[in-house]
Each structure stands twice: as C-alpha cells, then as structure tokens.
Design a protein around this ligand. Sequence first.
Ligand SMILES: [Zn+2]
Length: 290
Amino acid sequence: MRNRFLIRPSLIFRMRLLIASALLLLSPLLQAELLSLRGDPAPGALLIGQAVPGARVWLNEKPLRVSQSGYFLFGFGRDDSGERLLRIEADGRHLERLITLTSRQWNIQRVDGVPARTVTPPPEELERIRAEAALVRKARETDSDLEFFHHDFVWPASGRISGVYGSQRIYNGKPGNPHLGVDIAAPTGSPVIAPAAGIVTLVHEDMFYSGGTLVIDHGFGLSSTFIHLHSVLVKEGQQIRQGDLIAEIGASGRATGPHLDWRMNWYQERLDPQWFMGGMESGQVKAGSR
Ligand SMILES: [Zn+2]
C-alpha cells in the first residue's frame, strides 16, 4: 500500500510530462495551417502555397481553388501593387497573412522593323484579331484540377533571353502594349519542350499577332502560352509530360526574328515566367534546366 502511494505521484507526473511533450510536438502541426508559400510577391509573380488538407483559402475576398493535399496558387499582374490578405481556414482555426508586393522597374525596348501591318492592323483584320483573342482567352479560362503546377518547371527552350516581361515596347516608333512574356532567341526549327506536364487547350497555326500559338493547362488556372511558333507538334486535348517535344521555334506573327515567347497566366492574369523560374539576369537559358 505504502509503496503504491509513493509510486503514484511520480507516475502521474511522468504521464503529464508525456502528454505535455506530445502536445508540444503536435502544436506546430495544429497551428501551421500554411505549411509553405513559395514565390516573391511582386508584379508578375506566381505564388504556390500548401495548407493542411481540407483547408479553405481566400485571397482578399476571393476563394481560391485548393487541392485535396492543400495546394493552392495565385498570381499578380504587371500593374498590381499594394497588399493582399491571404486567409486560411481549417478545422475551425484560421490564419491571416498579409502579402506585400514589392515594386519592379520596367525597361523601354524599341523594336524596329516589324511588319507595318502588325503595328497598325488594317481594318479588315480587326474581326480576325478579336476572334483569335477570344480563343486564347477561352483557353486561359480553363479551370481544371490538374496538379502539375506544384512540381518544378524547366525552361522550354535553349537560347539567349532577348526580351523580358513588363517592358514598354515601342514598335517602329509607335508605343505598343507592354511585353508580357519572356523571349528566348534561337534559330527557326529549334525544339520547344514542355516546361511542366499538362493538357493542350489550344493549337492555332497562324494568329495575326502571335503566329503559331500553343496553350497548355497545368491546372488550377495556371497555363503556359507559346507564340511565334514555326510548327506545333501536339494536338488539342493531348496530355503531355514535362520535357516532351511540343513545338518548333519560329518567327510567325509580329516578330522580327525567330524566338520563343513564353507566357504564363493565372486565368487572365499575366505572370512573368522568368520571375517564377528565378534568376532575373538576362543571359543564356538551357532547355530542361531550372
Ligand atoms: Zn515576345
């Protein structure tokens, strides 16, 4: 009897210690509803986050699509600035994170020698231009549950970066829209590979501005668009893996020379592929590298 009485307090103490340490170990999991958030918030940035499975996520008041394993993404356009409130709810708990966009500088790029008809399109082409823009817009509206977006992307082509996102372009002396892709200069016929897996949502042989055009859906509203292509080697609806040969570089549409123009979108929001891939230095990129 006396022995049991003596043993008990120490047993209770040890159990308490065990429970306390278990709670201590568990507590980071219970509270960390935002497990990770990749990407630097800025104009053109893509941010990829992971919350606990079953979480619901909002950016300001807008609900975001969340995968079963808790992945979500969002992005910012060229002229976005200020702050956004990221809100996560899971199991009755919530977390709020203020996302502050840093600012970026855009350079001015003069592009001379582009075909005059692509700077000031003839009136009879306006209908065609509108119809083609609608096709691209529709492809970028694709809202699939594919989850290829949270794997690492690779560069789709090898060559010199000859044009960057955001730059104000002056075509034949006339100010045009800012450039919203990254240009990789390479000879006509050079291979274009898929930067990530996805499904082909648009193939067009020759659009007025963009020439040979290809759109790939990577899921959750994230898409890649490749333009000025010499040829497209895949079909609409086709499922492709990362690294698959999908097209050949060309100079079709409004282009002065052969290059790949890679655009990324989060639905209609224009993102900067180069910001996402990391390394803003304008230099040589290699297909398949990160
Ligand atoms: Zn371009």
